[in-house]
Design a protein. Structure first.
Length: 468
């Protein structure tokens, strides 16, 4: 049975979905005014991995992740680039899909956008005004924070301890309009040359927090199973989501709240505002995107990740070790017997490793421990592939289980085509040269292939090759 650390209760809880066999999951997506950096991608990769594991365990996951395409930063970027806010959003949504696809992130069930849900947002706010949880003033609409008695339950912050301006979307000049400095904006009155929509209380645009409440409940219902996002969103964003959603519906908004740790650089949280960030868009041009995926997916989602050359190199080294195990076993399929007398011994070991993997991942999606089990599987594969006689039954089972588990982390070694006629012909020429003791030609072929990034391994079962 899967256990999830619930930020709301600060405990690991048995995961019991609202509907047996199905999971309603909402993940806060990016504000699309620029390319995503590795810190943004951490959340995307972490919860894509969680989703993959839930599906591996047999659940049908309705996975919704939004795009914030109405925002001050988008408006400023639009002015700088002489574009409309929608054109800026369209550009960087396309870039997001390109970058995350390279990282092996599966498409969400839906990626709703604020601009596409304005009528629903207006109706949601109108309901809150009707229920006296919100009020309009000079075209703005604010939520009565103190009226929601459970405010602070997610973050653990008492409402009396909150400081004025705790919300990063609140500016001090607004406080004169508010009944209480802690009230937060649901709707913002139009400003000169800003994108806006007509609402009963005047022209304007949505506040930040309201969008996720509207889109989560629209696509998943009043109560959802899992709401997830970065650790920095727990307050005020997710706290405000709970308040406005439960005030409107009268129901629990989300059963389980999950938050991923930061990516740090020089011991500070990676952030565009601090200027200490690395764009995924740039990184995947310089390195195999699967290394970056592996780097993020194999650390427990709640733990911080330190980004530097050393940690990336470690990820590359470990991923290559796993790739080598996959290639070794794939190569031995060429001369494997159909079956052998000790098949059951190895198949039993595979079953034990699979059980151990599930036990580790069932414990709050502990990918760090889960990948350790895969390292053990890779070790078994390497040892077995060195046997003089191997069984197709065992090799096939090993490869199948290996690929099955690696897919949970978004890694697919089978995606690269390892068969190349030209390379195989050169290897055959080299084999002939070695038989004729023409070692000069043999070495020349090896060096030629090396310049093309092809490494040769001479094994008792023949020469095999791999990409560097």
């Amino acid at each position: 049975m899967i256990k999830i650390y619930n930020t709301l209760t600060r405990e690991k809880e048995m995961f019991i979905p609202l509907e047996p066999g199905k999971v309603k999951m909402y993940v806060c997506g990016p504000t699309v005014y620029n390319y995503i950096h590795i810190g943004n991608a951490r959340s995307t990769v972490a919860f894509d991995t969680v989703r993959r594991y839930l599906e591996y365990r047999g659940y049908e996951v309705n996975y919704i992740s939004n795009f914030t395409d109405v925002d001050d930063k988008i408006i400023h970027t639009a002015k700088d680039l002489n574009l409309t806010a929608q054109e800026v959003a369209d550009r960087f949504i396309e870039a997001y899909h390109t970058d995350t696809k390279a990282l092996g992130v599966r498409d969400a069930t839906a990626n709703p956008r604020v601009m596409e849900n304005i009528p629903e947002i207006i109706d949601f706010i109108a309901d809150l005004i009707k229920k006296d949880y919100a009020y309009a003033v000079d075209g703005d609409v604010y939520f009565r924070t103190r009226k929601f008695k459970k405010y602070g339950q997610l973050s653990g912050i008492s409402i009396d301890e909150l400081e004025v301006g705790a919300s990063n979307r609140t500016i001090s000049s607004e406080n004169d309009k508010k009944e209480d400095p802690l009230d937060f904006a649901l709707w913002k009155a139009v400003k000169l040359d800003e994108i806006s929509w007509k609402a009963p209380w005047g022209l304007g645009r949505p506040g930040w927090h309201i969008e996720c409440s509207v889109m989560a409940t629209k696509y998943l219902g009043d109560t959802i199973d899992i709401h997830a996002g970065g650790q920095d969103l727990s307050f005020p964003h997710h706290e405000n989501e709970i308040a406005q959603s439960e005030a409107k519906t009268g129901h629990t908004f989300a059963k389980y709240w999950m938050h991923n740790g930061f990516v740090t650089m020089d011991n500070e949280k990676m952030s565009k505002s601090l200027g200490n960030f690395v764009l995924v868009h740039d990184m995947i041009k310089k390195m195999d995107p699967q290394i970056l995926r592996f780097f993020m997916a194999t650390t427990h989602y709640r733990r911080p990740i330190s980004y530097n050359e050393s940690t990336i190199e470690d990820a590359k080294t470990n991923l290559n070790k796993l790739r080598r195990a996959f290639d070794n076993s794939s190569y031995r399929l060429k001369n494997a017997l159909e079956t052998s007398s000790d098949d059951s011994v190895y198949l039993k070991q595979l079953a034990t490793l699979k059980t151990s993997f599930i036990e580790e991942m069932d414990d709050d999606f502990n990918s760090a421990n889960g990948i350790t089990i895969i390292y053990e599987l890779a070790k078994l594969m390497n040892i077995y592939s060195e046997n003089e006689i191997v069984s197709k039954v065992v090799i096939t089972a090993m490869l199948s289980q290996f690929e099955e588990l690696m897919q949970i982390f978004g890694i697919n070694f089978g995606a690269k085509e390892l068969v190349d006629t030209k390379i195989e012909e050169l290897i055959e020429d080299r084999n002939v040269a070695r038989l004729n003791k023409d070692f000069k030609k043999s070495d020349e072929i090896r060096e030629l292939l090396k310049t093309e990034g092809i490494i040769l391994d001479d094994t008792p079962q023949g020469t095999r090759w791999r990409r560097e």
